[in-house]
Design a protein around this ligand. Structure first.
Ligand code: ATP
Ligand code: MG
Length: 399
């Protein structure tokens, strides 16, 4: 049997919502490991115990648990009887053959009915380990920490802890809709909200068939990568070419990017309301490109009634790139493609749009008609992990 002790992070602090948070995390873990030889996922006094068959691939288990929001840390552990002699004997055997410069034992009694207090457990087991190995005890910064957790009907010990993703379990912070381009920034922005416990849906605007399908393929691949964290995702692919053609004939070049963005936000907002999302998410970072001056962000955001969350707003490009590499979206983001907004984009877009100028330019457009048609033409795809299936439901974006 392969046991894993999972410690949750921040949700320990969540008061009355705590049982719900734990249940949500238990369900995420069970889904994420669902196609492995999983026996059981159980919440047990302040931690979650995952049990798999002996044949389970620990590296795969580790990879999956490491990206689930809500997990503070986790460890491959061995189960022993909650009995001091039995624990001491087994740990004495387990350390044989290991090497360490120094060690300490750290014990926790989750069930205080266990008769021996933690410091005494540590002393008894520590003495045995020293007898067997000769390692010196070091209480601060030991090379090896042997952790013992005593629960009611089980005890567990382990020597290596893996860092978790942190954050909050998926679905405990509500639903949001992320505007996902094929670039570096927006996947990182979506990841930030996934980490904070939001269920993130995605919308991607593309210019197929004027441009290639590359941007859609990139968006799908990015959603697939992010789905490893939240296990289910929905992506709406919205044809944007017809809107751009209208903008090109009637909007002065410097204002076009701002008008494109305002149209995207209006469409995204309608989609968000349909799926019950409470906010939009973008990868904007102040000053990064001409469309992201605070003036332009204000004029673009002005058409939204839902809040627009911009988790990268104060980050530098290098910081965002480092995040993208860490979360595994970077390689997909840098695949060359033609962005729908570079199409028909002037060399010198305005950095200081005014709401009045944007509104005047939009008077030449049938904004409501363009938005309605884009929504009708949207194609929805669903993604899941571990299955990684995607099903296409044309038209219906309400489910
Ligand atoms: P990114 O790296 O995310 O593409 P960027 O630095 O290229 O961002 P912009 O192109 O100005 O910046 O886009 C700003 C934000 O607008 C993006 O982060 C994204 O949230 C949204 N966005 C831009 N283009 C699209 C698109 N084609 N589909 C969906 N959202 C988009
Ligand atoms: Mg971009």
């Amino acid at each position: 049997m392969l046991s894993v002790v999972v410690h949750y992070g921040e949700l320990a602090l969540k008061g009355r919502n705590r049982p719900w948070f734990i249940k949500t995390l238990v369900r995420s873990i069970a889904t994420s490991l669902g196609d492995l030889p999983l026996r059981d996922v159980r919440p047990l006094i302040g931690r979650i115990i995952v049990t798999l068959d002996d044949g389970a691939d620990w590296d795969e288990v580790r990879r999956r648990l490491a990206v689930l929001p809500g997990i503070g840390n986790f460890a491959r552990a061995e189960r022993v009887e909650p009995d001091l002699d039995a624990m001491t004997a087994r740990i004495g055997e387990a350390v044989e053959g290991h090497t360490a410069e120094s060690f300490r034992v750290r014990a926790r009694r989750a069930d205080k009915r266990f008769a021996t207090p933690s410091p005494d457990i540590e002393r008894v087991i520590g003495r045995r380990v020293q007898d067997v190995t000769g390692w010196p005890v070091r209480l601060s910064k030991p090379a090896l920490e042997i952790r013992v957790e005593v629960l009611t009907n089980d005890a567990f010990f382990f020597m290596a802890r893996e860092p978790g993703m942190g954050g909050l379990p998926t679905g405990t912070s509500g639903k949001v809709l992320a505007l996902l381009s094929g670039g570096i920034d927006s996947p990182v922005a979506a990841w930030r909200l996934i980490k904070r416990g939001c269920r993130v849906s995605f919308v991607h605007f593309h210019s197929y068939p004027i441009l290639s399908r590359t941007s859609q393929d990139k968006a799908r691949e990015l959603v697939r990568t992010l789905t490893r964290h939240q296990l289910r995702s929905r992506l709406s692919l919205v044809p944007f070419g017809p809107l751009q053609q209208q903008v090109v004939v009637s909007v002065p070049p410097p204002l076009r990017v701002v008008i494109y963005r305002r149209l995207m936000v209006r469409i995204a907002e309608r989609l968000a309301r349909k799926i019950g999302a409470h906010a939009l998410v973008t990868g904007d970072s102040v000053g990064q490109v001409a469309s992201q001056t605070v003036e332009n962000l204000a004029v673009v955001g002005g058409v939204a009634t839902l809040p627009i969350l911009r988790p990268l707003v104060g980050m530098d490009k290098e910081e965002i790139t480092a995040d993208a590499q860490r979360i595994g979206t970077y390689e997909t983001s840098i695949v060359p493609d033609e962005d729908c907004c570079t199409l028909f984009t002037p060399r010198f877009p305005t950095t200081r749009a005014s709401a009045a100028a944007a509104e005047a330019a939009e008077r030449a457009l049938d904004v409501d008609g363009l938005v309605a048609r884009a929504l009708e033409d949207a194609v929805v795809e669903d993604f899941s992990f571990p299955m990684l299936q995607s099903s296409v439901l044309e038209g219906d974006i309400t489910a």
